[in-house]
Design a protein around this ligand. Structure first.
Ligand code: ASP
Ligand code: MG
Length: 461
């Protein structure tokens, strides 16, 4: 059988007990097929208190010449405690603790140097960030060893050659091959890999951003390809991807499958499923992704795999994005004229405004934006082109589903449902791909609208 690449998020390895749990998951999988385990830095339930965030805070403090001892102490405490709680053999435990001590003292000297030069280059920041995943990978390897599983710790933080200067598709293509090769299990050893691959030209945060472990894992799975890797499993703290956010819709249920395009839409709408770059990479390599819950390993989870014709007609999920502002520009000059839209978008572009939905009529254009960096400047730039209306306090309600392409009446049902629930629809947009039908509603009606549409398409329990 092929390899299963398993990614464990920060919360899933957030304590000694959680590490034990993950080791159990790996062991059970190993009974059937080879595993590559990839880990994020240890984290609590809130990302802002996780190791990566503490490391970033320490680096930032060092750059300003401010103290960073508290962050390092917290990191040390958390990791010592995790080792103490999860590794029983004294030799293995001491080895893991020594690793933590050595890494952190190296980090301390590094940060001291930063606070002298008061400068944090992207490369230096990557060096600091790498520590989080180095520690968690080393500890998980020790936990596995302690349970009699052969495991080796693989550090990807130095894999990128210094001759690489640009981040582009060819760079990632080369790198994915390298990562696949480096992480491939040798014999019966489980590679326990840092979910961090530095030093990317320009820095990992600029090239990939937070949540880079998903992407690291995707690169490994894609590098191995479908002939070596059976599945990429992303172990999180939720049962999978839901028909709607279960915190907002009590009847929401887990989807057994979703297509990559659908998952990408949901990610955009803020139900962060996976790091956005992840899917593309793995799916183009034909490796299915499965989201699993490390707190409930027996649950099937959700598979992200190409759309199949059995899903024709299906609405996959309903979602809401809050904090939206609508901009409307009305001008008679738009009528029968060319270049008007170009001028509107040119003005928005100049002020760094990110546009989501767009809808036009003969004399006006409306678009939704998430943030207006310079509201007054944007307004006066647009006022050169026509009458401007800025309407904050809106939300986008969207239905997502590739199967909607093959159904009629879906949009009609969505809007009549909203009408019956007393939710006023202010703007409508259906993406050209028919995978998404979106509308703008008042933010304070978004929850009611979401529940009404969900009940209509999925039933209410
Ligand atoms: N530890 C990193 C972060 O918090 C990477 C990850 O969790 O995927 O962003
Ligand atoms: Mg993560």
């Amino acid at each position: 059988m092929g390899i299963v690449v398993q990614k464990f998020g920060g919360t899933s390895v957030g304590s000694g007990e959680r590490m034990q749990n993950v080791a159990g998951i790996i062991q059970r999988t190993l009974a059937r097929q080879p595993v590559i385990a990839v880990v994020s830095a240890m984290s609590g339930t809130t990302k802002s208190e996780g190791t990566t965030s503490l490391l970033l805070a320490a680096a930032d403090a060092a750059r300003k010449g401010a103290p960073f001892a508290r962050e390092l102490e917290l990191i040390e405490q958390n990791h010592f405690k995790a080792v103490g709680d999860s590794v029983r053999d004294a030799g293995l435990r001491d080895g893991a603790k020594q690793f933590v001590t050595d890494e952190l003292s190296r980090l301390k000297s590094f940060l001291e140097a930063i606070s002298v030069i008061r400068e944090l280059s992207p490369r230096s920041q990557d060096n600091v960030l790498a520590v989080g995943e180095k520690l968690s990978a080393r500890i998980l390897a020790a936990v596995l060893n302690d349970r009699g599983v052969k495991a080796v710790n693989i550090d990807l933080s130095q894999v990128i050659s210094e001759s690489e200067t640009a981040v582009n598709p060819a760079f990632f293509q080369r790198l994915q091959g390298q990562l696949g090769e480096k992480c491939r299990p040798r014999g019966d050893e489980v590679p326990v890999v840092t979910g961090f691959f530095g030093m990317v030209p320009g820095g990992l945060l600029a090239a990939v951003g937070r949540g880079y472990t998903d992407f690291t894992t995707a690169m490994i799975a894609a590098g191995l390809g479908r002939d070596q890797a059976d599945e990429l499993q992303v172990w999180k703290e939720v049962d999978g991807i839901f028909t709607a956010d279960p915190r907002k819709v009590s009847s929401a249920r887990v989807l057994s499958s979703i297509s990559p395009a659908e998952a990408a839409e949901l990610t955009y709408f803020g139900s962060e499923v996976l790091h956005p770059f992840t899917m593309e990479r793995v799916v183009s390599a034909n490796v299915p992704i499965r989201i699993k819950n490390s707190f409930r390993p027996e649950a099937e989870g959700t598979v992200i795999a190409p759309y199949s014709s059995e899903q024709a007609g299906r609405v996959t999920a309903v979602t809401v994005k809050r904090g939206i502002t609508v901009l409307t520009i009305t001008s008679n000059r738009m009528y029968n004229a060319h270049g008007f839209l170009a001028r509107v978008f040119g003005a928005l572009e100049q002020h760094g405004v990110v546009v989501d939905l767009v809808s036009t009529s003969e004399v006006s254009i409306s678009c939704t934006v998430e943030r207006l960096p310079e509201p007054d400047k944007v307004r006066s730039a647009l006022e050169q082109l026509g009458a401007v209306e800025v309407t904050p306090g809106r939300a986008i309600l969207a239905m997502v589903g590739e199967g909607m392409k093959f159904a009629s009446g879906t949009a009609g049902r969505m809007f009549s449902t909203l009408g019956a629930a007393g939710v006023n629809v202010e703007m409508i947009s259906q993406g050209a791909s028919e995978i998404n039908i979106s509308c703008v509603v008042q933010e304070d009606q978004a929850a009611a609208g979401l529940n009404a549409v969900h009940d209509s398409f999925f039933g209410n329990g």
